[in-house]
Design a protein around this ligand. Structure first.
Ligand SMILES: Nc1nc2c(c(=O)[nH]1)N[C@H]1C(S)=C(S)[C@@H](COP(=O)(O)O)O[C@H]1N2
Ligand SMILES: [Mo]
Length: 307
């Protein structure tokens, strides 16, 4: 929560206390009646968050067309092995639907064509991976705020979880090749302990799937561990937070997350969930996956990855 001091400085009056507590991840005020009233509808929550974001300084830098990297290096999963995903890809994602559910009044199910008809935003931004590489790309997609406003958040909503299509190899290292400098940042004993725990947990199967846990992976012993990520409402309603279906003016390639990937600018690469199948609004992510809010977080990476 390193941004909190800056944002606190933007705030005035009574909302400052509530906002500071919210940004600090403090649940104390969740029980205060006046604070709950402040967030009683999704619209209120949206306005509340927007007020925190009025300063342009909170936007990630945007670049010119000339700055776009000739090659946007794909990383992590580049071709999801999952049968369901492969079938969708084969049909050029005509049968794909994004689901938006959880703590919302009006769950959504939208095809790619429907997503493309919603208001769109295009931005040229820099992606920074913890491994130490960066790339500048142009992204076009639907602002997440647009979807959340349509779905209408319930008052308990605190986080937005992105469930992805790709099953992860439980032994892999961050960038898939094991050559990464970023591995320094993984606490000792990284992947295996938490992954073992996750495989044994009865809950993870239900929660970790993009759509439904695929039986083929389950048959090999554990439940499938799919990539997932989560962000708070400040990032969710940030104007540069979009679900992108285009990269550099073309349909998003499979290697970069087709048909839909998150761009949550001002955050490191691993927060930029690819192959997003389902969005779940939650009060807490403690019961999802390994409980730390994301696939890499479950293996020791920081949940808050602001840059
Ligand atoms: N579903 C999914 N999303 C993912 C990953 C992944 O393996 N699976 N890797 C993450 C990491 S570590 C990075 S750096 C970026 C890479 O995005 P790119 O392939 O477009 O470069 O995606 C992130 N989102
Ligand atoms: Mo990354």
């Amino acid at each position: 929560m390193s941004r909190a001091p800056n944002r606190r400085a933007l705030l005035v009056g009574a909302s400052a206390t509530a906002a500071a507590a919210m940004l600090g991840g403090c649940d104390r005020l969740g029980n205060a009646e006046w604070f709950r009233r402040t967030l009683k509808t999704g619209e209120d929550a949206n306005m509340f968050v927007q007020r925190l974001l009025m300063d342009d300084a909170t936007l990630a830098p945007e670049y010119a067309e000339a700055d776009i990297s000739p090659w946007f290096k794909p990383n992590g999963t580049e071709d999801p092995p999952d049968k369901d995903y492969k079938a969708l890809a084969k049909g050029k994602f005509a049968k794909y639907h994004l689901e938006v559910g959880g703590l919302v009044e009006a769950p959504l199910k939208l095809s790619l064509a429907e997503l493309r008809k919603l208001p769109a935003r295009t931005q040229i931004t820099r992606h920074d991976c913890v491994e130490g590489w960066s790339a500048i790309g142009k992204w076009t997609g639907v602002p997440l705020a647009e979807l959340l406003n349509r779905a209408r958040l319930k008052p308990e909503a605190r986080y937005v979880v992105f469930h992805c299509a790709d099953t992860m190899d439980q032994g892999n290292s961050l960038e898939g090749g094991g050559d990464g400098e970023g591995t320094d940042e993984v606490p000792a004993g990284n992947a295996n302990p938490s992954m073992t725990k996750q495989s044994g947990s009865g809950e993870s199967r239900k929660d970790s799937g993009g759509q439904q846990a695929s039986e083929d992976t389950a048959a090999s012993g554990g439940s499938p561990v799919r990539y997932y990520e989560s962000i708070d409402l400040v990032d969710a309603f940030h104007p540069q937070t979009i679900l992108a279906y285009e990269m550099n003016g073309e349909a998003l390639p499979i290697s970069n997350g087709a048909p839909l990937r998150l761009r949550v600018e001002r955050n490191l690469g691993y927060k930029q969930a690819k192959y997003v199948m389902r969005i779940e609004v939650v009060e807490s992510f403690a019961h999802i996956g390994g409980g730390k809010g994301g696939y890499w977080e479950d293996q020791g990476y920081a949940w808050y990855a602001g840059i």
